[in-house]
Design a protein around this ligand. Structure first.
Ligand code: APR
Length: 245
């Protein structure tokens, strides 16, 4: 892959082996919570305490989980293939803790909170900000309540222009751990394919958009990805040597 423009999109499945619940698997988060109640602006307006408790529980869990071999494999891919753009739907920080830099969180992040007045985000993972009480901002002269710094259903994912530009100009598009249900993320593989990219899937089971993948690897990302990254990098080293001959 060396020198190839690679775009990787990850979903909740890449963090499953770290103990972070996915959304739509058996036992997933959406089994216990209605999306409308805890992941929409309307839900926040109707019952902010319920929404706050939902996200505070997920924020506290960040201190209890560790990156897994799949996160570390993508960090290796980024470090050895410089043109690799990592996009994640996940709001955890496991890619960063697994060694990745420049991670594009299109659905926001759990580590930061957002002032409801100024819209500014602050990193607030200190113990005092992880309880069930609301947290107030430090950016306004009169402190205001902060909201989870995540993209709710009905809100615009972050950096879509940059994402579509990268996807439309890549050679290889890899998706790891996503069910292909939520747009615009689920539509990116079709855009990549239309742009002529090779499309590769690593997932526990066939997702809703499986038809758009040239290569499908079914199984646990933590098991599959380290060897796949090794094989991709070995092939690119061989191709680079062939070109030098
Ligand atoms: N390895 C690889 N894939 C896995 C693993 C694993 N260990 N465990 C689960 N999976 C797969 C499941 O088979 C499923 O297809 O990961 C996928 C997880 O799908 P979802 O739970 O729907 O998560 P995701 O696709 O990231 O959801 C997208 O929906 O609710 C919103 O904002 C939320 O970002 C999220 C978005």
């Amino acid at each position: 892959m060396r020198g190839k423009r690679v775009v990787v999109l990850t979903g909740a499945g890449i963090s499953a082996e770290s103990g972070v619940r996915t959304f739509r698997d058996n036992g997933g988060l959406w089994e216990n919570h209605r999306i409308e109640d805890v992941a929409t602006p309307e839900g926040w307006a109707a019952d902010p305490e319920k929404v706050w408790r939902f996200y505070q529980a997920r924020r506290r869990q960040m201190n209890e989980v560790e990156p897994n071999p799949a996160h570390r494999a993508l960090a290796r891919l980024q470090s050895e293939n410089e043109s690799t753009f990592l996009i994640t739907q996940n709001v955890d920080d496991l890619h960063e803790r697994g060694g990745s830099e420049n991670v594009h969180h299109m659905h926001g992040q759990l580590l930061t909170l957002r002032c409801e007045v100024s819209g500014r985000s602050e990193h607030r993972m200190e113990a005092a900000s992880l309880g069930d009480e609301f947290v107030t901002c430090t950016c306004c002269s009169t402190p205001h309540r902060m909201r989870p710094d995540v993209v709710w259903f009905g809100e615009m994912p972050l950096g879509m222009e940059r994402i579509y530009d990268a996807v439309s100009n890549c050679d290889v598009f890899v998706v790891v751990g996503s069910s292909g249900h939520v747009y615009p993320a689920a539509g990116l593989v079709e855009a990549a394919k239309q742009a002529g990219a090779q499309t590769i899937l690593v997932n526990a089971e066939a997702p809703a958009n499986v038809e758009f993948f040239d290569e499908v690897h079914l199984g646990a990302a933590g098991n599959l990805l380290p060897d796949l990254v090794e094989s991709w990098l070995k092939t690119s080293r061989r191709n680079a040597n062939d070109q030098e001959c």
